[in-house]
Design a binder for this molecule. Sequence first.
Ligand SMILES: *Cc1c(COP(=O)(O)O)cnc(C)c1O
Length: 449
Amino acid sequence: MTETLVPTVNRLPIAQERRIVTPIPGPKSQALQKRRLAVIPAGVSSAQPFFIERAHGAIVVDVDGNQFIDLGAGIGVMTIGHTDDAVVAAASAQLAEFTHVVFTVTPYEGYVRVAELLAEHTPGDFPKKTVLLNSGAEAVENAVKIARKYTGRSGVAVLDHAYHGRTNLTMAMTHKAMPYKLGFGPFASDVYHAPNSYPFRDGLSGTDAAARTIAYLDKVVGASDLACLVVEPIQGEGGFVVPADGYLPALQEWCRANGVVFIADEIQSGMARTGRYFASEHSGIVPDVVLSAKGIAGGLPIAGVTGRAEIMDASHPGGLGGTFAGNPVAAAAAIAVFHEIESRGLLAEAERIEAILLPALLGLKARYDVIGDVRGRGAMLAMELVLPGTSEPNPGAVAAITAYAAQNGVLLLNAGTWGNVIRFLPSLAISDDLLREAITVIDDALAAL
Ligand SMILES: *Cc1c(COP(=O)(O)O)cnc(C)c1O
């Protein structure tokens, strides 16, 4: 018998309040920035100049003691809040048990449990299977591998403004050249970019936008060469573009009729972000395969490809896997995240956030004509900024607002093909008061433009 190690985690409490005590960046951040420039390549840039020391709930604390209201949550990863107690406890306990054995050599329960939870909570009540990976891009890559093996076809279709990652195949699938692709080619072949539905910019109904997409797939690609169509139910990096009603169901219908695997990349929109486990549920689609990553494990790297059992079983044994894939500590964290969403009713928290943030953003839109569009669902909302009186993208305004917000203790993220979107991805742990306080700062930033 060995003694059981009781994991102890020492941490100082972090008051859930905004507090700026130095100029931004403060002196310690500036010193770290100097060290960073010497050893980190220019390609790895950071949107903000301050270094983080600690975080809890909806607050991040920098090395100079400044506290920021975090409306980005590590790009929508910290959905249930930074250093959530249950996640910290579950991951700490697993750290002390075992941290790695490789599932493809010796299996363990945590991997199986995450697959069960994903089968239960992704849309559709047919038998499902899951392969776990380390990152979103790796999930996309594996979904394409599986769809190709299942269909015996090579073509991959994606939508304009899509973001699917930074590996070679996923660069080919991503829309925006700068900064993701420029100079990094040649890219993988057999990837086709179809027009999407972007109501603010194309004004098309779901039916008309779907007809345009389908015409492209039929005429330019040819359905019989197509293994899969990959869609984001709400486009992430592309600017939180919510397709017109009926658009995604029409695409799914076309995929079904043509033997094309319909894949929903829910890496950003999934895991309680929009008030449902997966945003597909809002759009009335039941994808053949659902991809999850960002929000599923409280910041630990793990990703899932979950799909119809007959599709997922297409690969021969040994065809799927990876050294770190489905890491036991990350799996323990993911199980805790699922548990917290359920036991604390966090889907309703996303709705609470929408009920405060959406009307507030629409109120700002009524007062500032630089805001062209406000859109999104749950705790995944955005405003698209334009040159007043036009629909011309206004990335300058986004840069000014995010810089002003950072100086005043609010951490914002941009998005969009033209960099003219501010996206809001707060953790579901954010209080009404913090949310309202952040909106006041954004209002001041808009007034200061
Ligand atoms: C972030 C993201 C990815 C890539 O995930 P990584 O973990 O960064 O590789 C793919 N698809 C969508 C929709 C994303 O938001």
